[in-house]
Design a protein around this ligand. Structure first.
Ligand SMILES: [Zn+2]
Length: 261
């Protein structure tokens, strides 16, 4: 059985470095990743990047965040176009696992019409609570599109085979989740080599984890520190961590159509 992982860069954001990593200055250009996972029982997407119009009309799509971030998203870089470029029909994506509801993770949901959205129940509830929506800068136009939604509580093994497992990593937002994958290069045991954790915004950068540095905008700082501990434990057990917006790390990640082994 083969499970293949593909990295897709769905644009770039440039914003205040201190917003990603407390105590740093200047502006920083960061990638907006999404991931395609090809599993024998269906194609799965983890996050959907920016809305296809975000580059042309950031004000309309990002709202107040357009004052903070410069958006780069050229034609052919949104998630639907990236998938089509790989010969994958976005309408055939079976599951759209959503780390959290921010605009740079749900903007392309509109391009994935038939998928079942898999999200933590806490996150989905926060995305429909006026107070929490305002505090977290959620825009329901990105995610309230009538998809079938599977709201999960805590860990969730998508196909029951341990290959694609949602991990609750709350803190960045009320119900953030990361995704643990077991790729074919896993030969078993803690150092099998095939275990990958797509951290998303549970951990922006490698440095965030090494230096236990939080972004100032974390929803729950204590929760995010506990999440860092959990990610560090997974790494100590042999998992490879993929950070949410780390430009230096991202430069080392093979991009689709290459697979991540
Ligand atoms: Zn993000």
């Amino acid at each position: 059985m083969s499970v293949r992982l593909f990295a897709l860069t769905c644009g770039w954001l440039t914003g205040p470095a201190g917003g990603f990593l407390a105590g740093t200055t200047g502006r920083l250009r960061v990638p907006v990743p999404a991931f395609l996972i090809d599993h024998p029982r269906g194609q799965v997407l983890f996050d959907s990047g920016l809305h296809p119009d975000a580059g042309r009309d950031p004000e309309a799509r990002l709202g107040p965040a357009a004052q903070v971030f410069d958006v780069e998203l050229r034609d052919g870089e949104d998630v639907g176009a990236r998938l089509a470029g790989l010969g994958v029909d976005p309408a055939q994506i079976r599951f759209l696992i959503t780390s959290h509801l921010h605009f740079d993770h749900t903007g392309g949901h509109a391009s994935i019409p038939n998928a079942r959205v898999v999200v933590q129940r806490l996150e989905w509830a926060a995305g429909h609570d006026a107070d929490l929506m305002a505090r977290n800068y959620y825009d329901a136009r990105n995610y309230d599109l009538g998809h079938d939604v599977l709201a999960v509580d805590g860990e969730h093994d998508l196909f029951g085979d341990g290959r694609i497992v949602c991990l609750p990593t709350h803190g960045h937002t009320p119900g953030h989740q990361s995704l643990k994958l077991r790729l074919d290069s896993d030969h078993g045991g803690p150092a099998g080599g095939g275990e990958v954790v797509l951290a998303a915004d549970a951990c922006y950068f490698c440095r965030s984890l090494r230096e236990r540095r939080l972004p100032p905008g974390a929803f729950d700082r204590e929760g995010m520190l506990r999440t860092y501990d959990r990610l560090a434990a997974l790494e100590a057990g042999g998992a490879r961590l993929f950070y949410g917006h780390d430009p230096e790390f991202w430069a080392t990640v093979p991009q689709a159509p290459a697979t991540i082994a």
